[in-house]
Design a protein around this ligand. Structure first.
Ligand code: BG6
Length: 293
């Protein structure tokens, strides 16, 4: 069975040995393994019973990034919206020559009554996870099936499992202006990103669709290829923020980094009957990039 439905999650298994797991709660991908090596971080303290967004994996941010601002309609929604805290449906699974695919769906009828009142739009989300031997694509399609336009933000909020946050470089965002949410200022990125403390940066309108997390101290890394997504958020909570999160271990910030592809700098306005899609393709990169960028 290339995709098995085990209680609360779908498990994708590729003939090459690669695998992925997706909880129906939030359609949160919590594991992607290639050659038996886990690439996705999930906190040891993550709550997996559907009572809180999963701390790790790829939570789906929709329809608002962070907390919305009044008077926008998203202002009253929960932080990062409701997609990551709703129970999705497994719509389809398929097994083609080189890929194993699972499709998940969420619509107006599946979100809580409270969120339906706060965000009164007829929508349908289809999230497709396509596993190949050494890549995985996660694609979100948003359909406006109602009769009025709505605005949304979205992010594939990916938590990567890494050897050591202090020695990775995030490559591919040089030359892009970003909002530093820690310092509350706008900065121009020069060269590669290195992590020396808390990082919470929103890069708008990236110049290249390819972003790499290079491990530097050891061979390898992960490559993100963005399709139809223009913004990237880089986040590591570091010491103080980590200590303040009940579902995150105090020392876990060393072994994770979030590099999140999406559309968050501006809302996307989706007209009645309209559709939008964006995706990321993750792949392993063997190459270690050591030069300062
Ligand atoms: C990031 C935001 O995308 O998500 C951060 O830029 C935020 O500001 C982080 O702290 C985690 O958010 P949450 O709601 O999962 O704790």
């Amino acid at each position: 069975m290339p995709v098995s439905h085990q209680n609360n999650k779908a498990v994708l298994t590729h003939p090459s040995g690669a695998s992925a797991e997706v909880y129906l709660y939030g359609a949160t991908l919590t594991s992607w393994k290639v050659a038996n090596k886990e690439r996705i971080f999930v906190s040891e303290k993550a709550i997996l019973d559907g009572s809180k967004a999963i701390r790790g994996g790829i939570p789906l941010v929709f329809p608002v990034f962070g907390k919305g601002k009044a008077p926008h309609v998203t202002a009253a929604l929960p932080q990062h919206g409701f997609a990551r805290i709703s129970l999705w449906k497994l719509l389809n699974s398929s097994d083609e020559t080189n890929t194993v695919t699972a499709e998940f769906g969420l619509d107006h009828s599946l979100i809580s009554e409270e969120n339906r009142k706060l965000w009164p739009f007829d929508f349908s989300l289809v999230y497709t996870v396509k596993l190949a031997a050494d890549t995985i694509e996660t694609k979100l399609r948003v359909h406006n099936v109602g009769d009025k336009s709505f605005d949304f933000n979205t992010l594939l909020h990916t938590y990567f499992l890494i050897p050591d946050a202090s020695s990775v470089k995030v490559i591919g965002l040089s030359g892009v202006d970003y909002v530093d949410k820690v310092l509350q200022t706008t900065v121009h990125q020069e060269g590669d990103i290195v992590i020396k403390g808390e990082v919470d940066s929103v890069y708008a309108n990236v110049k290249s669709p390819d972003v790499q997390i290079s491990y530097v101290a050891e061979q390898g890394g992960v490559q993100l290829h963005l399709k139809g997504l223009n913004d990237v958020v880089v986040w590591n909570p570091w010491v103080a923020k980590a200590a303040g999160m009940a579902d995150f271990g105090n020392e876990e910030f060393h072994k994770m980094i979030c590099v999140e592809a999406g559309q968050v700098a501006e809302f996307i306005a989706l007209a009645a009957g309209g559709s939008w899609e964006g995706s990321q393709v993750l792949s392993e990169s063997q190459r270690t990039v050591v030069e300062a960028g």
